[in-house]
Design a protein around this ligand. Sequence first.
Ligand code: ADP
Length: 491
Amino acid sequence: MENLRKVIRNAAVLRTGHLIDGDWYENIERNEFEVCNPANGEVLATLPSATNAQATAAVSAAHRAQPLWASKTAKERAAILMKWYELILANREDLAILMTLEQGKPLAEARGEVLFGASFVSWYAEEAKRIQGEVLQTYSADRRVLILRQPIGVVVAITPWNFPSAMITRKCAPALAAGCSIVLKPSEETPLSAIALCALAREAGIPPGVINLVMAGRDDAAALGRVLLSDDRVRKLSFTGSTATGKHLMRLAADNVLKLSLELGGNAPLIVFDDADLDRAAEGALASKFRNMGQTCTCANRILVQRGVYQAFAEKLVEKVRKLRLGPGTEENVTQGPLINSRAVEKVRAHIEDAVAKGARVIQGGHVSAKGPLFFEPTVLADVNPEMQICSDETFGPVAPLLAFDTEEEALTLANATQYGLAGYFYTRDLSRAFRMAERLELGAIGINEAVISSEAVPIGGVKQSGIGREGAHHGIEDFLEIKQVTIGGL
Ligand code: ADP
């Protein structure tokens, strides 16, 4: 923590514990866990795992505070959210540095994410005022029916480490705008960003108990999750993370019939047709695959290239990959930081080994870098086929596997041959094909000649085993609202 104090200007964002009912609990009462800088292994902070009593206290606080928060006018909630937005912008540099130190992404990307995360707060501040009910056409002359849209209540939000800021605001901003209260459990890898955001939320005037934060080390996360989800005062779970954990939480949530938003794993295809603008496609593949070191659930996991342009595309991509710069995210001009932890490195290595054993060729990278044990060279694999593990399993790392195909139908079949259905991309100049593909790809989000498709203004979410619900846009607030019909008779 001492080292953090030297680089973070606003000491108020540096807390070392849980936020429950407006108070910080920083003593170690259960196990402690360390937050490390993946670039060099330095321990940034030692934090407490929440006790069961603290988890329950957080739910109690949220349950007490929610009706009061919901009874504020939408305009009042919006004003507080706008204040939070302004504080995030004012503390942008501190938030970006914290993120780079605990997560590893280059500072330029971290700065971008802080802005991206903040954009959800301003978006939902506006959206709060546009939650509207309905008056139905009557089905009986002496009756009228009103439809109310009301906040669902206490929300448990469990967030991942790959976007330590944006995954929190994308859930908390619509929940707060709708009039819900929150118990946030951030990833054990990146709790410092979560703590800073919650400190700013309190400073903005979000009342005690409306936003609570409890955390736990990896070994205690399951126990904390169980206490939160078994509390029958909780009405909703919003989770972003792996499909395996999502399924587990879905089972737990069944006991109390919780409303669910799940944003889970992906296995995004990026398809390059013969008629594509190859430079644009290579640029898109680079951005999609290597941003955040490939640790993005919407990032291209399989790059399908039509045979006529396969060689030319591979050369263009490799040329661009060679220009990427690996190093600590805090260094100037670095584009690729470390992976989050050794498990991530092992998965990347295993996928490459499996692919090579089954006939793939490494045409760029392929190894852990001399920069350190978590730095992995940006890698391109040629001659990949669907039998390889890398095609069915999300790599979540900097490996671009290239598969050749012959026909549009074959590309479509390959692209859909997965249980995942989050995002996908294709490059073509043929308008008819663009519509055919967009309509037949089994995905929640598609980029045509475009590989960066996230924004607060668009709904993101998966089909198949990639999840349930949508985040972002006006659709994102629906997940935090319940519909209630009110029938008035005897008129
Ligand atoms: P990863 O393995 O990449 O960290 P996870 O899906 O396991 O992805 O983690 C996403 C979030 O889910 C993190 O906040 C993590 O602590 C949390 N988590 C993991 N397992 C559980 C669990 N059994 N109960 C509650 N939360 C969990």
